[in-house]
Every structure is written in structure tokens, then in C-alpha cells.
Design a protein around this ligand. Sequence first.
Ligand SMILES: Cc1ncc(COP(=O)(O)O)c(C=O)c1O
Length: 382
Amino acid sequence: MQKPANPRFSSGPCAKRPGFALEALEAALLGRSHRAADPKKRLAEVIERSKAILGMPADYRLGIVPASDTGAVEMALWSLLGPRGVDVLAWESFSAEWAHDIEAELKLSDVRLLKAPYGQLPDLSAVDPARDCVFVWNGTTSGVRLPNADWIRDDREGLTICDATSAAFAMDLPWPKLDVVTWSWQKVLGGEAAHGMLALSPRAVARLESNKPAWPLPKIFRLTKGGKLIEGIFKGDTINTPSMLCVEDALDGLRWAESVGGLRGLIARAEGNLATIAGWVAESEWARFLAEEPATRSCTSVCLRIVAPWFTALDASGQAKAAARLSALLEAEGVALDAASYRDAPPGLRIWCGATVEQADVAALLPWLDQAFARVAAEFAG
Ligand SMILES: Cc1ncc(COP(=O)(O)O)c(C=O)c1O
């Protein structure tokens, strides 16, 4: 049976783009100050190429920020929230973390938590346009994505703060509906970790300039000075020191994205991978999507649950052991690395299908899933 040429199906850091080799980074401006003209140009190039590929409106700002997607989200929450009530949508682990920070760390008094279990979305019609709203676009740990933004009003008064780290470059992001969008380099384009991207709409900038948070902000989160946006951050003048090696790598990923047809090409690649898995799931006796509604199935973090009767008859710890054995076998065969479900999610598999993953590799993996599952069944079902 043929093995995937590249067995890297991790949901982050994700597979490098096809054909990647370290030589691609030879032009990196190592050992240079990131404030010097040429390095700063490269940082600005990451911003400009990202904006162009993503079709971001010209009046949106995009900056490179510290601490990956988490850094970008936390900056937004700590800088923007407070003046209005907040609706937080939580349907998997990362969105639940943002809910925790808003309720328990920022201690905002007027918070509504709209929750759903793994596999589902909360009631989007309950979102109040007068309030700020915090959500992920794609729930990386449940494989449930938002099917659209129809539930976000164009005439909303609140801000929409969207963690799009496993959606950007793989799904259409309806910019006019989104006031803050964040992602990191290590996801769909297979970049290196530790750098985040923060996009702000004009309304988000207006909030930043009018809102003085009731809590102290560390330098690493500060986006304004004297009540005015620090515009430099959105032109490559980063808050602190970035890695110029990672910058070069991010540019490599962006150039590759352009070479496969930009956003449309990237989306087609991820959707093609999802369709390949969907065809197999439709025939499978033991695997189903964790996402219940087809329209909410992620084309990046594809999460599968196990429905074989012997498996569902196990208690929680037995299920966790059987699922762990399955991913260990896939790893031992060298056909899928890091394909276990997220630690807080229902036990099963999570197969990254973002644009850097080749459809031929997804197709090659599928028979191995059946073979490994048969072995686990023999061991556990007796
Ligand atoms: C939806 C979501 N938010 C936040 C994070 C954390 O991202 P990072 O490690 O880039 O900070 C992840 C990582 O997988 C994620 O999927």
C-alpha cells in the first residue's frame, strides 16, 4: 500500500509548503537590525502580500505582533473590550479559552457566553449587534467552522473580534463583517511559529483611540500612544524584535500561495482535501465527522470521531486509550504524524487538510486509517 509522501498532518505547526527546503531561506537578513531599511522592507512585504492575497480592504490595518495568534487575540481583547457588553461564542477549546480570559481574567461584568458542545455551533441568532462579539472562525479542536457571517449585522454597534488562525488562507473571510481578525504564521501557509498577525477595521481603530482600558497594559500589548494608534506597527515597525529567519519563511509561504492561484487556489486545495476525506467517511463503517452539519465541516482541521459499537461501548478512559493507540500506529507506520485529536476534544483523529497538504497524500493516508483501525479493533474488541 502506498504511503503518503509527506506524513505531516499536524494542526500546528502545519506542514511546510510542497517542495520546501531550507535553501529557500538563504536570502534571510540574518544578523541585521529589524529596524534597518532592508529588514523593515521585508516585514512590510509580509504585510502587503498578506493583505493582497486575503483581499483585505485598503482601509484595514495589518500588523505583525508578538506571541503568535494567542498574542494577537490577547492584544485585541485587552485593548478593545470594556466599553460594551460582550457576547463570547465558545464551541471548542480555544474559543473556551477566550471566554475564560474575558470572564475570569479581565473580569468584565457584562458577558454572555453562548456555548455549544464539540461538533456543534452555538445559536448564532442570539448574538446582539449592540454588543461586542468574540469568536473563532474555525474551531481547530472540533473541526467546526462558521458557514457564513450572515448572523453579523452590517449596522452593528459592537465590534466583531475573530480568531481566524486556522481559517485565514483556507476560507473566505467576509472582511466588512469582521473588525478584528487574527492569525499566526504557523498554520495554513506552514510558516514558523511565534509571530502573529492582527488586522483592524477602521471601527476597531476608532475604539482603540477612544477606549482607555481600566487595567494596565504591558508594552507587548500596547497599540496606542497618547490616545493615537501607533501606525508604525502596521508598516513593519514591530513592537519588539521579530525573527528575520521566520520573516523570510513567511515570505516564502506567501510567494508559494501566489504561485498556486492566491486565495482561490489555497481554498480549492483545502476543500479538495476535505472532499477526499468526506468521500471516504461516507463509506466508512467506523469514522464520522465530529462536525454534525456538513456546512460547518472545516476544510483545515478535519476532526473525526469513532462510531464502531465496540468503541462507543468503552468508558471514557478506554476510548482515549484506543484512540491513542490508533494515532500511535499511524505514526509508527510513518503515514500520519500528530493526527490525534486535541487533548480536550472527544477521542478520535484530527487530520490537517490546509493548503500545504497535498491531496494525493490525503488519499494515500485513507487505506492506512482502515488498516490501523482494524488492528486497534482486534486489540481492544478482542
Ligand atoms: C483557533 C485557535 N486559536 C488560537 C490558537 C493558538 O495559536 P498560537 O499557538 O499560534 O498562539 C490555535 C492553535 O491551534 C487555534 O487553533
